[in-house]
Design a protein around this ligand. Structure first.
Ligand code: AHM
Ligand code: MG
Length: 322
């Protein structure tokens, strides 16, 4: 059997060598994170809390810290990277004296990290934005998601899968013997699915229109068929299922999180880019996610993401709600 294409070969062939080198460096970091996750139960220094909090006031897990430092190390080694912005760090890290750098990498090193201790999927999410050489890097961080040149996530599940887009479709690579090999090219999200995915514990804490929408998924009056519920509580796991099976994932505003819980720059934007490239859609209930102009690097957004039909059906209910 011929050897499947590697990630670097794929990105270089369809895009360019600089982007290929950056995505490959991130993939190398992900392979190192994967190795730690696989043996987490055997090593004292990996499971559990690190004893610190990140900028969001969330307790950092030891693996959060490891994943963050690993990704920063691999990216900072590349002269094409002007800055990195991480969920785990208050301030962007801007690399001085790189006048020709053209990428800003914005990432959530280990999403769903509260699931690590119970051996449930976690993920890495990265958004890669363009920056004009010589321009103001700090200002360029706050661009709408349409400025992304690439987005990727890694799903550390039963197999470790990296899914990326750089504006020419969505492609998945499976980690095998330290190398990410093409496993599914040109992925398309089904036009509709059979699952809705939401933390239903929040249903009474959110706007009534969301409870109505969920009720109508359940009784079949929204889409003409009844939906089942699936919710892992790890965004990457919930999104990956939605990409493959269709349907919708939603994290609405709640009393505790009035702007939603998920972060625009390193959670909603990259996965919205991937969703759209696969034929799906993403909105905050009223606007397309990719057109929202961020006001700060850690800003949050409500999110409805998945197949076109379900995302627009919920959007339609919100629009007609005064
Ligand atoms: P994290 O970045 O701190 O891990 O938080 C994000 C996670 C997502 O993976 C997931 O979709 C969401 O939080 C689940 O939140 P909840 O537990 O409120 O349902
Ligand atoms: Mg996260």
């Amino acid at each position: 059997m011929p050897m499947a294409m590697t990630l670097f070969q794929h990105v270089r062939q369809r895009h360019n060598a600089d982007l290929g080198a950056l995505i490959t460096a991130i993939a190398d970091g992900a392979a190192a994170i994967e190795a730690k996750i696989r043996t987490a139960g055997l090593a004292d220094d990996i499971l559990g809390a690190a004893g610190s909090e990140n900028i969001q006031g969330e307790e950092q897990q030891k693996l959060d810290v490891f994943a963050n430092l690993t990704l920063i190390d691999v990216m900072k080694a590349l002269p094409s990277v002007a800055a990195v912005v991480s969920e785990e760090d208050d301030e962007p890290l801007i690399f001085p004296d790189r006048p020709n750098a053209k990428f800003i990498a914005i990432f959530d090193p280990l999403d769903g990290s509260s699931n690590i201790d119970v051996n449930v999927n976690v993920g890495t999410i990265v958004s890669i934005q363009a920056v004009e050489p010589g321009s103001d890097v700090r200002a360029a961080i706050l661009q709408p998601g349409t400025a992304q040149v690439a987005a990727l996530y890694v799903n550390y599940g039963p197999s470790t899968i990296l899914v990326y887009t750089a504006g020419k479709g969505v492609h998945a690579f499976t980690l095998s013997d330290g190398e990410f090999l093409l496993s599914t090219g040109d992925m398309l999200m089904p036009e509709h699915g059979t699952y809705y995915s939401m933390n239903e514990g929040n249903i009474g804490e959110s706007l009534p229109v969301y409870a109505k929408a969920i009720g109508r998924f359940r009784d079949g009056t929204l889409m003409g068929r009844k939906y089942s519920s699936r919710y892992v509580g790890s965004f990457i796991a919930d999104f990956h299922r939605t990409l493959l099976k269709g349907g919708v994932f939603l994290y609405p505003p709640t009393k505790k999180a009035p702007n939603g819980k998920l972060r625009l720059l390193y959670e909603a934007n990259p996965l919205s880019f991937i969703a759209e490239q696969a034929g799906g859609a993403a909105s905050n209930g009223r606007y397309r996610i990719l057109e929202i102009t961020p006001t700060e690097p850690h800003m949050r957004t409500p999110l409805i993401i998945g197949s076109q039909s379900e995302v627009s059906a919920i959007g339609g209910m919100i629009t007609i709600t005064p």
